[in-house]
Write a protein that binds this ligand. Sequence first.
Ligand code: PLP
Length: 373
Amino acid sequence: MSDTVLDRAAAPRPTPKPGILDIACYVPGKSKVEGIAHPLKLSANENVLGCSPAAKDAFAGAVDQLHMYPDGRTTILRTAIAEKHGLAPEQLIFGCGSDEIFQLLNQAFLEPGDNIVQGEFGFGAYAIGARACGAQVKLAKEIDHRIDVEALLEQVDARTRLVFVANPGNPTGTWITGQEVRRLHAGLPASVILVLDGAYAEFVADPRFEDGMSMVAEFENVVVTRTFSKLHGLAALRVGWAYMPAPIADALDRIRLPFNVNIPAQLAGVAALGDEDFQARSLALIEQWRPWLTQQLGGIGLDPAPSAANFVLVGFPKTPGKTAREAEAYLASKGIIVRGVGGYGLPDHLRITIGLEAHNRAVAEALAAFMKS
Ligand SMILES: *Cc1c(COP(=O)(O)O)cnc(C)c1O
């Protein structure tokens, strides 16, 4: 009997492809504490200033267009970003968050048996999409929670298709210089795409940092992703974008969902991009309080990683009573939610989003009391 003949009685129940059920679900930062009505949420690197008032107005102005399909080319936002950053509009791809763009890259380039390479504490979203394609995820050791170019290159083999580097990294907050990024790129075969995830790029002030946009023009295998979720405070609207060589953009355009960025998101994105005052205020807040919080945490015997992003990763002792897990519970009892990062292989660390002055003081005070108790 041919195996194309269907034996209805013997057919098993629907089964996902091999590997799908081995994928662990993404665990987002907590947002609730039992018994506390309005906890302070410092667990998701959101913008504590909210978003641009102009973006809110634009969002509200979309209310009469809810029956309409959005422009599938995201033209207004494409034009605004191309102008602001001096980029070729046709080399931009938009997504439902930059998360969707990682997914599209994985889908377009990975076959079963291929692999992606990332740092050992690399962002979780890259791996989920890669595994869904039957690909392996190879992790490179980091040094002091910072990307090590040589270690990444050592992991690259004949089946590597993509190397993902968040710069600055999440959950580490650390970053590598433009020189290091270029050394990494120079060590990759031309067939491997270097994905530079710039979710926190706007927060870096050091002149040795390079966001990678000019590398997209120079090379055929560099993709830079950005998001409206962090600096612009539009995480709820899910807008991300990426700049890439035209042939890669052409491939992604063929498989993305036709209307993947909705109308309110496109309008609010354009308004946010134009609100330089809100961006400046957001950056100033981080620049003021990131060094302060880092210093306070170090001062009470904790081990903060030097961050260039809008959060700080901090290491705790393994001593019972002083562990990261206990600190997380203690902060929660005070109504402060931070991010446990055990899922990232960092069980002795917590990730804390920089807040308003009162928030940062509350965190520092609570942790000082915790360490003394
Ligand atoms: C927050 C974040 C993003 C952005 O994700 P969106 O899907 O655009 O909200 C991307 N990469 C890293 C490392 C992040 O932390």
